[in-house]
Design a protein around this ligand. Structure first.
Ligand code: PLP
Length: 460
């Protein structure tokens, strides 16, 4: 059955509505309006099926680090598929998985030398929680199973990762989820309940909330803390100075593993290959995915310290966990080529050299009455929208619906900027361009956003 003929849409758009169940998408929104169909990408640009060009302000979905249309990555994928398209890493190895594991271990800090591949970020988070539970069981702490994460943080959709996620609205339809996932405040200093004018004190306070939660639950029950280096959901919350050093101390004091969820932040997004390096901490596990291949093929991983892996390497013990497509040969080959490209083109250096300019250019938007805050790190920023700059009053649900989704989101796209307007926390525009972006891209973004937000203000 098809409704393709009943709507004034392109053929592809109509077929998309009929059969493609889009993710996190209110499908009814496309009952009468066309589904945007993107057909091509080149560099920092995308084209839709009508030939209209867009600036990719989100690197797809925090993924396309090296930019679109990189033939060398596509060719590596084709070559690997013809040589060995598939073999699992279940008791067997293949060269590209070995090389990639070795290379990630080389780049990871401290003794994070063991790489467990997945096919994406949520699976990496799920893996890390299961690993932490089994690790504690193997080392004589069978009661340590709980996890602590932060309010409003997003960690993926598998039921464990969703339990770790701090967005009640996203979880409600699937409750009861996995028990034992507890939340603490995040590092949103713009809306800090205390020490809003003193980042160091705020950082100490925010880290101490984790310790209080560990003590409240009982350290003998807590397995791990999951934190993003810069929290995405809620609109880019960088860590206050000293935060991660203190969290590391707290985790060590209580025998709790520190998991750095770098699904967005790794692979140059903040200017370092692994984001914990940017803030000088060494976690026990890094979860990563997205930018590992710049999106040319899917893969994820949990990068684990030798210390945590050690008990799994003894006797008849094994980690009872795996994914058919984890460490897929094509994805592993592409990830290696992507890392070569990072080195050849100095992509991390480029981000470090241009992050101030990116922040400065977006920061110009602060003169608009609707812009409450512009914050972020590297090529990863959020612009928080407010109704009243002085009081930081946020939108009502109705205003968010009407202004954020009904206008800002649509208008940015119509004006040539693909990015995300999100109100999982307070309303924000998320920006994370491919890592090849330069000043001209930052300025084009700023100008498009300025025009749209100026008009949005008249609708409040
Ligand atoms: N963790 C973080 C911090 C993320 O941002 C995401 C996705 O955006 C995930 C986990 C889930 O990754 P995936 O969508 O690849 O399952």
């Amino acid at each position: 059955m098809s409704t393709a003929q009943t709507h004034a849409r392109t053929d592809l758009s109509a077929r998309a509505y009929d059969h493609l169940w889009m993710h996190f998408t209110r499908m009814s929104a496309y009952e009468k309006s066309p589904v945007p169909v993107i057909v091509r990408g080149e560099g920092v640009h995308l084209w839709d099926e009508q030939g209209r060009r867009y600036l990719d302000g989100l690197a797809g979905l925090f993924v396309v680090q090296a930019g679109h249309g990189r033939r060398e990555l596509a060719e590596v994928a084709a070559k690997q598929a013809s040589e060995l398209a598939f073999f699992p890493v279940w008791s067997y190895a293949h060269p590209k998985a070995v090389e990639l594991a070795e290379r990630l271990a080389h780049h990871a800090p401290g003794d994070l030398n063991k790489v467990f591949f997945t096919t994406g970020g949520g699976e990496a988070v799920e893996t890390a929680w299961k690993l932490a539970k089994q690790y504690h069981k193997l080392t004589g702490n069978p009661g340590k199973y709980k996890v602590i994460s932060r309010a409003v943080a997003y960690h993926g959709t598998p039921q464990g990762a969703l339990s770790i996620t701090g967005l009640p609205g996203l979880k409600a339809p699937f409750e009861p989820l996995v028990p034992g996932a507890h939340k603490v405040p995040n590092t949103n200093i713009y809306r800090a309940p205390v020490h809003g004018d003193d980042p160091e004190a705020f950082g100490r306070w925010a880290a101490d909330q984790i310790e209080q939660e560990i003590l409240f639950e009982g350290a003998e029950t807590v397995a791990a803390v999951f934190l993003e280096p810069v929290q995405n959901a809620g609109g880019c919350f960088p860590p206050p100075p000293g935060y991660f050093a203190r969290v590391r101390e707290i985790c060590d004091r209580h025998g709790v593993l520190l998991v750095s969820d770098e699904v967005i932040c790794a692979f140059g997004r903040l200017g370092t290959l692994f984001a914990c390096d940017k803030f000088g901490y060494v976690p026990d596990i890094i979860t990563c995915a997205k930018g590992m291949t710049s999106g040319y093929s899917p893969i994820g991983a949990a990068v684990v310290s030798d210390r945590i892996a050690a008990p799994f390497y003894e006797g008849d013990t094994m980690f009872l966990h795996g994914y058919t497509f984890g460490g897929h040969p094509v994805s592993a080959a592409v990830a290696l080529a992507n890392l070569d490209l990072f080195e050849r083109e100095g992509l991390c250096r480029h981000v470090l050299d241009h992050e101030d300019a990116f922040a400065r250019t977006l920061g110009k938007l602060r003169d608009l009455p609707i812009v409450g805050d512009v914050r972020g790190n590297g090529f990863f920023h959020g612009i928080e929208l407010v109704k009243d700059k002085a009081t930081k009053e946020t939108f009502t649900e109705e205003e968010s619906e009407r202004i954020l989704y009904g206008f800002v989101s649509r208008k940015l796209y119509e004006n040539g900027l693909y990015c995300r307007a999100d109100d999982r926390g307070d309303p924000v525009i998320q920006l994370s361009p491919p890592l090849i972006a330069d000043q001209s891209v930052f300025e084009e973004m700023e100008q498009i956003i300025r025009a749209v937000l100026t008009e949005a203000w008249t609708l409040i």
